[in-house]
Ligand binder design. Structure first.
Ligand code: PLP
Length: 506
């Protein structure tokens, strides 16, 4: 199963690569002082769910290379699609010209955005109708941040042209929507965002449904997903309603509500209990605001299966988007990470005819959307994306994803026996495992203990790569992961917890 090329570099070359990295590279979201004190893992090859470093060591890619990879590395069909396009042309500009794969891809995305096909094979059959507008236009960009930035600017400008109110935005506490200044303004992770407050416009945050740490959840901690044992009266939805009402009363209504459908990723893998999203969107829509669905992480079937209820009405296809899983459609659908199968940076923001129409006019009216990037609609990225969608929509691959999510969910159960595990939050092929000092009180590890980092370092030494979010360890296997490999990922997490904190019985 190894890739065709040479994997291990000679000792001299491996040391040189590490030296060059330490001398010249500045890594994202990384305390470089810690980084400079260790030997970096220099990855040189991949195949399926496996990666190799410059010394020839083998690893499992347990977070799909920061949530991007879908079908595995070095996939023959995606490789072939890129090669075929490369023999035509690698990149031409979307400013003034169309290109072959980007045109085709836009058509495919609009079709998929109409919702999964029902049992009859038709899309948008009555049983499958999504609450919300049809998404008919695709605006390309390069990353998750730029996909969100596009939705932000479009909704801002649409609202300015049609509303008469100063545009205002509402999101969820703990939300992360990217690192460009607009996307940061929509985010609410104090640790990342405080430093830049002087650069940002203000946006509001409302309580997120974080059942495990919800002050209104009267249930005692149990050895089960906090969503299933919660005892509450949907106070999070009441908080949203109060926020909307008070904005309305002050005559300062919201333009748009920004949300990650199904599960908030960088906030710590915080899943929404069944029914939350559709109820929240209903309230937002009756307020008159648009919905921006940031599906940068949740799209392309990532959140389907496992313990999750798979909507029966979908009968035929599995839903590909978190919104569709909840039976709803946003006004903006932001896609990136998995769009190319994790091969190339490419993003898309889908929206409706209503939004598109507000930007039409005579040339001298300057209603044009003045926004775009040099590499927008890149042909290699679009070709990779088409191959990704081919793979995703095959019946066999959907069946396999569901089965993998089931095996993943079953393996995760073993972690409940560790007293250092407070919550296990699985949504399809994503899981966040929250490490705690005391599961009976939900008392967290203090940040300076670097619990998540130490556990992930111990996992890497055992050949499983992932990255924590604070005290939450993320497992997100590529869809091609075998049953044996996914069990190994969970087993290694268990071993790493014992190595770092010792064994303690419940
Ligand atoms: C990763 C992520 C982003 C940012 O995407 P980049 O490609 O890193 O710019 C935005 N939103 C969500 C939900 C993400 O997970």
């Amino acid at each position: 199963m190894k890739p065709a090329g040479r994997i291990a570099r000679t000792g001299k070359i491996a040391r040189q690569l590490a030296r060059l990295d330490r001398a010249f590279v500045w890594h994202p979201f990384t305390q470089m002082r810690d980084w400079l004190q260790k030997d970096p893992i220099v990855l040189v090859a991949g195949k399926g769910a496996v990666l190799w470093d410059s010394h020839g060591n083998e690893y499992l890619d347990a977070n799909s290379s920061i949530w991007t990879n879908l079908h595995g590395h070095n996939h023959p069909r995606i490789n072939k699609a890129i090669r075929r396009q490369l023999s035509q042309v690698a990149h031409t500009s979307m400013l003034g010209f169309a290109n072959e794969p980007a045109s085709r891809l836009a058509g495919r995305l609009v079709t998929l955005a109409a919702g999964p096909r029902g049992k009859s094979g038709k899309r948008g059959t009555r049983a499958n109708t999504l609450t919300g507008p049809k998404l008919t236009r695709v605006f390309y960009s390069d990353d998750g941040s730029t996909a969100v930035e596009t939705a932000l600017k479009l909704s801002y400008e649409y609202s300015r042209r049609t509303g008469g109110h100063r545009p205002r935005f509402l999101g969820l506490e703990g939300a992360y929507h990217g690192d460009t200044v607009g996307a940061v303004s929509l985010g609410h992770i104090d640790r990342f965002h405080r430093a830049y407050s002087g650069l940002l416009f203000s946006s509001d945050a409302v309580m997120a449904p974080y059942c495990y740490r919800c002050p209104y959840n009267r249930a005692k901690p149990e050895r089960a997903d906090a969503r299933d044992t919660r005892r509450c009266g949907w106070e999070c939805l009441d908080a949203l309603q109060r926020r909307l009402d008070s904005a309305r009363k002050r005559d300062r209504p919201y333009t748009a509500f920004v949300v990650e459908p199904g599960v908030q990723g960088a906030a710590g893998m915080i899943p929404q209990p069944d029914g939350w999203l559709s109820q929240a969107m209903e309230r937002v829509r009756s307020h008159g605001a648009m919905v921006i669905a940031d599906e940068v992480m949740t799209a392309f079937g990532r959140t389907v299966g496992g313990r999750e209820f798979v909507r029966e009405t979908c009968g035929g296809d599995l839903p590909l988007f978190g919104t569709h899983q909840a039976g709803v459609q946003a006004d903006f659908l932001c896609l990136a990470k998995g769009l190319t199968g994790g091969y190339l940076p490419m993003a898309a923001t889908l929206t409706s005819d209503a939004i598109f129409g507000a930007f039409l006019g005579d040339y001298e009216d300057f209603k044009t959307f003045f926004h775009g990037h040099s590499y927008t609609g890149n042909a290699l990225g679009a070709a990779a994306s088409e191959a990704n969608l081919d793979l995703l929509t095959e019946a066999a691959s959907s069946r396999r994803r569901l089965e993998l999510a089931r095996v993943f969910g079953a393996s995760l159960q073993a972690l409940w026996s560790s007293s250092w595990v407070g919550d296990i939050r699985q949504v399809g092929l994503v899981a966040g495992i929250e490490l705690v000092r005391d599961w009976r009180t939900r008392a967290p590890f203090p940040l300076r203990e670097r619990a998540g980092i130490r556990v992930c370092d111990a996992m890497a030494r055992r050949g499983v790569l992932t990255r924590p979010i604070g005290n939450v360890v993320v497992l997100m296997p590529p869809y091609c992961t075998s049953d044996r490999q996914v069990r190994r990922m969970v087993e290694v997490l268990n071993e790493a917890i014992v190595e770092v904190f010792g064994r303690r019985v419940l």
